[in-house]
Design a protein around this ligand. Structure first.
Ligand SMILES: [Zn+2]
Length: 381
């Protein structure tokens, strides 16, 4: 009989929860949420279902001692990215101590670990405070789940159980999505005096962005986050072979580090467009900030980090503190006044065609989380 944490992980991987905002028509988080709600009830947690979008609820399990005291939240997302190119994305396959399948690493393993940790914490019967277990939606797209969670729920601190190789994630980058449009003038392809080529004008923007990216990556690196960067994401323009294109639209992403706002990133792009206009009065372009999320850094020296490091060390881990390259919901919790760290299992292939998690790391993660919760709830003010 395998560990209950691994059993739960297998059940979760077997349920399709591809984010429908990423992949139109995809299953969404509904079935996974229902399974988690039943599971949390099965070992005695109070379960709250928070409908965030139609058929896409957050599930919040609460272990409340009824005695005022410290509070701790575990938080993980239930959605996954799409499954293009994967053979059996929802058939959890165990080989050589690894479990394969979509979401095995990102992040149904972290969700299984935090839920099973709560089961153990309940057995250990803390005397004060409360533990909140939040399984939330839509992290892979717009983090609707995290935004909804912090509207209704509070805790002193939180652990987001994204995969960190059992290291303690105390920082990660932010991102900003921009749309840049160049405008030309449609004309018959044989009439260069009438036509203004919007796509070739976007070429000037692309060359400028490439220089800006080199400049960003040459700036001094943040010790935990590295450097900022940008890349082109999608490009669209033109109608047919024989016509001058009147419009070209570039979608691009800028990754931000601590101290950089999306507004500052926007001004860099505006400055580039301004220079191109100065060089050529006919150059016509504009930019728009479509969406952004801030970088995050756990307050340095926070008791949460120290307590988690002690619990990890007592399970034989190095308890190394690291920065993550990818954005996480920890930024939303942090902005809402809930200091957060990241701590989760080891694996590889997140968002790729072969994704797996190391099963021992899932069990170790669960044990550290349970120790952390017991230690945190026992704290004296
Ligand atoms: Zn994730």
């Amino acid at each position: 009989m395998s560990d209950p944490c691994i059993q739960l992980l297998e059940q979760l991987v077997a349920i399709d929860s591809v984010n429908p905002s990423l992949v139109p028509g995809a299953a969404g988080e509904g079935k996974t949420a229902a399974h988690i709600a039943d599971h949390l009830r099965s070992f005695g947690l109070d379960v709250h279902v928070q409908e965030v979008a139609p058929g896409r609820p957050n599930v919040v399990g609460v272990l409340d001692t009824g005695v005022p005291g410290p509070s701790l939240m575990f938080c993980g997302h239930t959605d996954t990215v799409g499954v293009d190119g994967m053979r059996d994305p929802f058939v959890p396959a165990v080989r050589e101590g690894r479990l394969y399948g979509r979401g095995s690493q990102d992040m149904k393993s972290g969700v299984a670990a935090m839920i099973d940790a709560a089961r153990i914490v309940r057995e250990r019967a803390p005397e004060r405070g409360r533990l909140i277990v939040a399984a939330i939606i839509d992290e892979e797209y717009a983090s609707l789940g995290a935004d909804a969670l912090v509207r209704d729920w509070r805790a002193d601190v939180a652990v987001v159980t994204e995969p960190t190789d059992l290291k303690i994630g105390v920082a990660h980058k932010g991102f900003a999505w921009f749309e840049i449009e160049t405008r030309g003038r449609a004309a018959h392809g044989s009439r260069p005096k009438d036509g203004r080529d919007a796509i070739l004008r976007m070429g000037r923007v692309l060359a400028g962005l490439e220089r800006l990216d080199r400049d960003l990556q040459a700036r001094p690196a943040h010790p935990l986050m590295g450097t900022a960067s940008l890349h082109a994401s999608t490009i669209d323009g033109g109608h047919e072979w024989s016509s001058y294109p009147d419009r070209c639209v570039l979608e691009m992403e800028r990754r931000t580090v601590a101290g950089e706002s999306a507004e500052a990133a926007r001004l860099e792009i505006e400055a580039l467009l301004g220079r191109l206009h100065d060089e050529d009065a006919e150059f016509d372009a504009s930019s728009r900030l479509a969406f952004a999320r801030a970088p995050y850094e756990t307050p340095p020296g926070h008791d949460l980090t120290k307590t988690l490091a002690a619990c990890a060390a007592s399970q034989g881990l190095a308890a190394e503190q690291i920065g993550m390259s990818f954005w996480t919901d920890a930024a939303v919790l942090g902005e809402a006044g809930i200091p957060s760290v990241l701590f989760g299992p080891s694996g590889a292939g997140l968002h790729g065609v072969e994704e797996y998690v190391d099963l021992r790391s899932v069990v170790t993660c669960r044990d550290v989380l349970a120790d952390l919760a017991v230690a945190w709830l026992a704290r004296r003010p």
